[in-house]
Design a binder for this molecule. Structure first.
Ligand SMILES: Cc1cc2nc3c(=O)[nH]c(=O)nc-3n(C[C@H](O)[C@H](O)[C@H](O)COP(=O)(O)OP(=O)(O)OC[C@H]3O[C@@H](n4cnc5c(N)ncnc54)[C@H](O)[C@@H]3O)c2cc1C
Length: 459
């Protein structure tokens, strides 16, 4: 006999817990399942720990640059990796316990630890026990992809999750993958004191971005001593006296990078393969993402998929927004949609890269007349005062409607400053709505109106 609930949430990622609590508050008896660590990727092995480690790495970086600001230390800056990890673990522990307490203390919510699998469209098998509910919500997230690569079984490979257990300084960290996750680890470990080489198969880093953005990020990281091997073909790995050898060329004669540790950061795959989706008849796309419509409904009535597992976003904010959309439609009669969402994300290297809407390449591909404005961070007082003038701010506007199409901000405070542009986009107002706004001096944001006053036709 299956135990009956009104709703079952599979996974405690960034959508599941908030949704379980909303459903329970609306009177639905709700079960939420977690097979590993409560709070999911972001809390335990993603955003929170990486940004905590990045804060330690930045502290080391600023300390090394102390003399630039007239602040002198007697000896070299030393990084105690055990303490760095302990600090990270403590911050993760607080978040993990916060979510756990929240779920355990909410009336009508039952937290069950175990791996959930569909036994039928509305029946879940967890720990050999059957649960059934008319409404099922999948929030199972994703995991690091470990593709087939010659020699990978011969060496110890770290993924972004494995990096969370590192409490020592790798002498030479080789990172395969020059995209968002790989680059955050690259700068972090370089600042901790490791030699770092990034191997990227494409011709440039963060291939989704414009060429000049990739080049600017590469230059910033190279200035800190990170070595890049782009266009790396025929990758294979193997053991070496010095640790791990990464072969990066198809040409005759091995071209080898020897490092002590290897991090594989080549993308993520959805946790959909061990969910028994076939027994429920839930459709996926060719890459295993659960197919959903604009309101997160799967191909099976009464089953929704939220977060990274649906392939419609790959961020904590998109997963949380999925929760809001489902809750709005189901509980509030408010017809919110995924397609209302403006693409927004950041790469948390230092200085950060923040992006909204279209890149220049995407704007050009639409063929519509556009205006563009660009300003180097060397003009920005806040950046000069802080001695951190790398990067630029760039915005694209539709020439006919005056609406902002996209923006790329690379520079200090970019991850905060971009929100004033995002908010104007979100309310559907033309750029002129803030072109004359007076912002606080001296901030990065104060230059956004000036940037918008300097628009020129995109040639
Ligand atoms: C290193 C790293 C850094 C990141 N940094 C950022 C960042 O700075 N900003 C940002 O917005 N995003 C970042 N992300 C992405 C972010 O972590 C995810 O987009 C976010 O966690 C949303 O995930 P989710 O809600 O889909 O599920 P997840 O957070 O992945 O959680 C899914 C949960 O479901 C559980 N689960 C899976 N299958 C089952 C099952 N069958 N039964 C029971 N439980 C199951 C899993 O154990 C997991 O706990 C980062 C990711 C990584 C890896």
């Amino acid at each position: 006999m299956a135990e009956h609930f009104d709703a079952i949430v599979i996974g405690t990622g960034q959508a599941g817990p908030a949704l379980a609590v909303r459903l329970a508050q609306a009177g639905r008896r709700t079960a939420i399942l977690e097979r590993k660590r409560i709070g999911g990727t972001c809390v335990n092995v993603g955003c929170i720990p990486t940004k905590t480690l990045i804060a330690s790495a930045r502290a080391a970086h600023v300390a090394r640059r102390g003399a630039d600001y007239g602040v002198l230390f007697d000896g070299p800056v030393r990084v105690d990796m055990a303490r760095v990890k302990a600090r990270k673990d403590e911050i993760v522990r607080q978040s993990n316990q916060g979510v756990t307490r929240w779920l355990r203390s909410t009336p009508n919510v039952t937290l069950i630890e175990g791996h959930g699998r569909f036994a039928a469209p509305h029946t879940i098998d967890v720990n050999g026990k059957l649960l059934e509910a008319p409404e099922i919500f999948i929030n199972t997230g994703g995991r690091a992809s470990v593709p087939a690569m010659p020699g990978l079984d011969q060496v110890e490979v770290l993924t972004s999750s494995g990096m969370m257990d590192v409490d020592f300084l790798p002498q030479h960290l080789v990172i395969i993958g020059g995209s968002y996750i790989g680059l955050e680890f690259a700068q972090m470990y370089r600042r901790f004191g490791s030699a770092v080489t990034v191997v990227e198969m494409g011709p440039r880093l963060i291939g989704r971005e414009d060429d000049e953005t990739s080049a600017a990020v590469q230059a910033i990281l190279e200035a800190e001593g990170i070595v890049f091997r782009l266009d790396a073909r025929c990758l294979s790995v193997g053991r070496h006296d010095g640790g791990i050898a990464v072969h990066v060329s198809c040409e005759q004669g091995p071209r080898v990078i020897v490092g002590t540790h290897l991090l594989l950061a080549v993308g993520r795959v959805p946790n959909s393969d061990d969910l028994g989706l076939d027994r429920a008849g839930i459709a996926t796309d060719a890459r295993g993402f659960i197919a959903v419509d604009d309101t997160l409904r799967t191909s099976v009535p009464g089953v929704w998929a939220l977060g990274d597992v649906n392939g419609r976003g790959a961020f904590t904010h998109t997963s949380y927004n999925d929760f809001e959309i489902v809750a709005a439609n189901l509980l509030d009669g408010d017809p919110r949609r995924i397609s209302d969402r403006i693409p927004v994300y950041a790469l948390f290297v230092d200085p950060p890269l923040a992006r909204i809407g279209m890149t220049e390449r995407e704007v050009r591909s639409t063929g519509r007349p556009a205006l563009a404005g660009k300003m180097m961070m060397t003009r920005v007082g806040r950046a000069r005062e802080r001695g951190e003038t790398q990067g630029f701010m760039q915005v694209f506007v539709d020439r006919e409607t005056g609406k902002i199409l996209g923006a790329t901000l690379l520079g200090i405070e970019a991850d905060e400053a971009i929100h004033s542009l995002l908010d104007v986009m979100s309310i559907g107002a033309p750029y002129t709505a803030i072109a004359r706004t007076v912002h606080i001096h001296p901030t990065v944001s104060e230059w956004i109106p000036t940037l918008l006053q300097s628009l020129m036709p995109l040639a």
